[in-house]
Design a protein around this ligand. Structure first.
Ligand code: KG4
Ligand code: ZN
Length: 340
């Protein structure tokens, strides 16, 4: 029998608890404090930590009750030990350590970003020998070469400044859209012309091939959008919001997909997994599917509820670690807000 793994997620504003056995998801419950942050136009760390403290026990109780399990059924506890907000991580890790200690079960402190890739095993089955994973959200943009999800993951590149979702949220703000702007831009973009404005594709010039082939940068693009909008306003013209949104979204998706497929080709990888909240983005999904198919790459994107932060992704990674019978974490570890 595969071990029953309890997964706990608390890196940002979502409190997630899930139970996974092997690659089977038994239950996944998420509470979010996003409504409390929206009026501030961004996540307020202290508000998030307090919300985790209040939400954790009810979320755990709901997960156990929905799965028809009790705490002592749990064989191992997994928790996201980083990267994320220190206060938020501290609440989830303190809870996880207490449970592991009280139940006398192994505890696995795992990496949240790798969890965004691991969750796909619950949806599309165990990974083949080698997969490429693109993890994109409001907090991360990372390209991972996965030889074994539990023991051998190498980061080929990441964003040098803003994450993709963060860039969308910032452009949303400058276009006067509500926070978080990502989904609003996506909606607008569907009615616009993606070729209307030629926004820059950062770090794609040949001179970056050696140093930043798989790195990303979106802050210059955000500035380019701001300048373009400002110039139009100064000229007294109305801003074609849908065209700006479509052209901006096209520039982001184009760079993400281009670099990721190049990495697949150069590393002989035939399976691509895309995860993280930004994988909800229409342009990214469509472009990755179409261009992936054209070059014979199997593109796996889990349903959106498993792409945003949740406990299932942490339980999935914890389960992969537990199945390989790796040594547990010592209970003395600290959380790592910038975990590589
Ligand atoms: O993974 P997630 O829920 O939270 C973290 O950042 O960890 O990702 C949320 C991010 C936000 O920046 C949000 O604006 C963006 O993903 N996002 C989108 C879309 N849906 C969510 N960005 C563009 N298009 C979307 N459809
Ligand atoms: Zn995340």
């Amino acid at each position: 029998m595969e071990p029953l793994v309890l997964g706990i997620e608390s890196t940002c504003d979502e409190t997630g608890v899930a139970l996974v056995q092997g690659t089977e998801l038994l239950v996944d419950v998420t509470a979010s404090s996003m409504d409390e942050h929206a009026r501030f136009g961004g996540i307020v760390p202290e508000v998030a930590s307090r919300a985790h403290l209040e939400a954790f026990v009810p979320t755990l109780e709901e997960a156990l009750s929905r799965a028809g399990r009790i705490l002592s059924d749990v064989d191992a506890v997994a928790v996201a030990a980083g990267p994320g907000l220190v206060g938020s991580l501290t609440v989830g890790n303190a809870a996880a350590k207490s449970l592991a200690l009280a139940l006398d079960r192994p505890l696995y402190g795992v990496n949240h970003v790798i969890g965004h890739a691991a969750v796909d095993e619950l949806v599309h089955g165990e990974f083949p020998e080698r997969v490429m994973a693109l993890v994109v959200s409001g907090g991360h943009t990372s390209l991972l070469l996965v030889d074994d999800i539990a023991t051998n993951v190498r980061e080929l590149g990441h964003t040098l400044d803003d994450a993709a979702g963060e860039a969308f949220d910032k452009v949303g703000r400058l276009l006067g859209l509500p926070y978080p702007g990502g989904p609003h831009i996506d909606r607008l973009a569907r009615e616009g012309d993606p070729t209307a404005i030629p926004f820059p594709r950062a770090l794609t010039a040949p001179k970056f091939q050696a140093s930043h082939a798989y790195d990303f940068s979106f802050s210059g693009l955000k500035t380019a959008v701001a300048r373009w909008v400002e110039a139009e306003r100064d000229a007294g013209r109305e801003i074609p919001l849908a065209d700006v949104a479509a052209s901006f979204a096209d520039a982001v998706a184009d760079v993400l997909v281009m670099k990721t497929l190049n990495a697949c080709r150069e590393h002989g990888v035939e399976t691509l997994v895309i995860g993280g909240g930004f994988s909800a983005n229409s342009q990214l999904r469509e472009m990755a599917a179409a261009r992936g198919e054209a070059v014979g790459i199997d593109v796996r994107i889990p349903p959106i509820r498993y792409c945003t932060d949740n406990g299932a992704m942490i339980a999935a990674l914890g389960s992969a670690v537990a199945r390989r019978e790796l040594p547990p974490s010592s209970l003395g570890y600290g959380v790592d807000s910038s975990m590589p």
